[in-house]
Design a protein around this ligand. Structure first.
Ligand code: VAH
Length: 313
């Protein structure tokens, strides 16, 4: 099927763990090298090669690519929205220089493909709130969104000027049970399930009517692999693709949980993350991804809730 050798940078993070396991299933364990600055996530132990890597160390990255004869890189290491607002300079450095290191080495070593996640966080208060289109007014107000939008144009530049086949998805908030989210504004949508089971209650850091675009991790992983395996001539968007599946509020996910845990109660104490959430669209138009490479979601809110509670219970 292939002779690809894949390097996943940020493999111990929320997306990285699941992408590593999925790609190992698909491409063979020995053909997927997991790398992170952090220690290996326990779910990855014994499933394939794991190396220590700081993506800011370009020489170390180049050595790993040569040593393992890497042909594709998935770059997931980044500082997310909430943490980024507390460390804007560090967020810019990691999110930008990490990407530029990978793009440069992809060019130098003539890699086959690169994946890099953007986010619906690129959109700001001047973007349409409902069914936010692929192309529209985009004025991010968080350093995370600024770095992701700038990164999208670096990706297109490396494609147009050097032919680097780098592909990208603007992920919504991601919900998963295998590994914890890392400092995002949408992290409440994972925490709520854990605390529904452990305490039958949850105090949310957003207002209960805060609608945000969300995606269940199995859909996110499938979207990523479908995008990366699509023929290059189907990929018309070389900045980053909108994709959508769910939009819900804390009140709605609480009601979905109460179908299974009737005693569950939600309370809300908005904090600094409310301003971030209010700057993002409530829903996303993903018609371009559906047209170009056949994207379609499979999970609705209740199906996600049932799967989350079943795996966490
Ligand atoms: C965050 N989970 O909250 C990320 C995501 C759309 C949000 O990019 O920062």
């Amino acid at each position: 099927m292939h002779n690809e050798k894949i390097l996943i940078i940020g493999a111990s993070g929320q997306i990285g763990v699941e992408l590593t396991l999925a790609l190992r299933n698909r491409y063979g364990s020995a053909n997927v090298v997991a790398a992170d600055l952090r220690d290996q996530n326990s779910l990855l132990e014994g499933t394939g090669p794991y190396v220590s890597l700081d993506v800011m160390n370009k020489d170390r990255l180049r050595d790993l690519v040569a040593q393992h004869e890497i042909t594709q890189i998935y770059l997931l290491a980044a500082m997310l929205s909430a943490t980024g607002e507390r460390n804007p300079a560090m967020a810019w450095d990691l999110n930008m220089q990490g990407l530029l290191n990978v793009l440069d080495i992809a060019r130098e070593e003539k890699l086959n493909k690169v994946f890099w996640p953007s986010s619906i966080a690129v959109f700001g208060p001047s973007s349409p709130r409902i069914n936010c289109p692929q192309q529209t007014i985009i004025e991010p107000t968080t350093i995370y969104g600024i770095s992701k939008y700038a990164g999208e144009f670096w990706c297109r530049y490396y494609w147009q000027r050097y032919g680097v086949d780098v592909r990208s998805i603007r992920y919504p908030g991601l919900i998963s049970y295998k590994s914890a989210p890392g400092g995002g504004t949408t992290d409440y949508a994972v925490e709520i399930y854990h605390e529904a089971l452990s305490k039958q209650s949850y105090t949310c850091f957003l207002r209960e009517d805060t609608y945000l675009p969300m995606l269940y991790m199995p859909d996110a992983i499938r979207a990523t692999i479908e995008l990366m395996e699509a023929p290059a001539d189907r990929i018309a968007v070389r900045t980053s693709y909108n994709i959508a599946a769910l939009s819900f509020s804390p009140a709605e996910v609480a009601a979905s949980i109460q179908r299974k845990i009737p005693s569950f109660t939600l309370s809300c104490q908005p904090d600094y993350r409310q301003v971030i959430a209010d700057s993002w669209p409530q829903s996303i138009d993903d018609s371009v991804a559906r047209h170009d490479w056949g994207w379609t979601p499979q999970y609705n809110l209740d199906a996600m809730t049932d799967d989350m509670l079943q795996h966490l219970g």
